[in-house]
Design a protein around this ligand. Sequence first.
Ligand code: COA
Length: 321
Amino acid sequence: MRPDDANIAGNVHGGNIFKMIEEAGCIVGTRHCNQHNGERCLAALVRVEKTDFLAPVFVGEVASVTAEISYTSKHSMEVQVKVVAENILTGATKLASKAAVWYVPLSMQDVGRIVEVPPIKYASAEQEEEGRKRYDAQKIERLEKTAKIEAILPPPANPERHTVGFSQHSLIHLVGPPDCTLQDYVNGGVTMKLMDEAAGLTAFRHCKTNVVTASVDVINFHRKIQKGCVVTVTGRLTFTSNKSMEIEVLVDASSLMEEEKGKYRAASAFFTFISLDKFHKALPVPPLKIEGEEEQRRFEEGKARYLQNKAKRLADKQRQQ
Ligand code: COA
């Protein structure tokens, strides 16, 4: 990892790790779907399950990414990706992140056509059954989630410090050829990198210290973003605990050529950031000052996610002991 992959404190950005995860998943998925003489296609990222950043990666370390398909449905595949960081001076290795990502193969001839996924062979019937359960669960969750699209209001003039408006932040990016796949649509990894950047800036504005990504809730990519679109990626704080911040990131796209068609929501996610001191220890976070009913509702929802994630992490830890 090089200095341009990291922040000024030398921590590799979560967004760059996401980019590597997405590339590995796309290669494995595309290879799998093209190994028979069927229609040529490219695997498009449609969903990333909740991802924890388990250990920091630093400039000078070597990151190895491995990806394996763990489930196939008729039109989608789940890929398990692991990122291991190695200190090449000492040989020490650590699991930096692992993620479950879903891809859908899109035809090279007609990007609007979804190609069938060749089934994989499972090691056991239980493994297949477990995969089917994960597939069913995400399908149900998607149906429930699409109903709610959060609006973004511009922050007030001269907002008070530590309010939502004070740190709310938008990045505006024109989608060019380097951002796109072979099918001229934005690469999922590029979008996730922008999302991480917007979340990181929001977290930094709130606490003005070194901040790092701790985890990201599920991300669904509902719609493609075409080359030539303008993407607005907005980060706003929803919740703070004693030592963590939850930032909602909303990705809106609009066509530069057809501005009259308006913006559409291409993706959204909740990022959790931690503030670190110079010894990489977590610092207390300034409490978020809530203004109005909407912010209060989002705070309560963020708190519920925080408590649920914390309980799950604790249960996982106890199971491993
Ligand atoms: N997560 C997991 N699987 C998904 C998914 C998601 N978010 N969205 C769609 N799928 C799967 C469905 O389960 C289905 O597979 P199945 O038939 O085996 O169950 C398959 O995709 C097709 O679903 P369908 O409902 O027919 O299509 P759609 O209207 O959801 O469109 C895409 C699917 C891929 C065309 C559309 O979601 C899209 O264009 N997404 C953006 C892709 C992209 O540009 N990625 C980069 C992001 S920047």
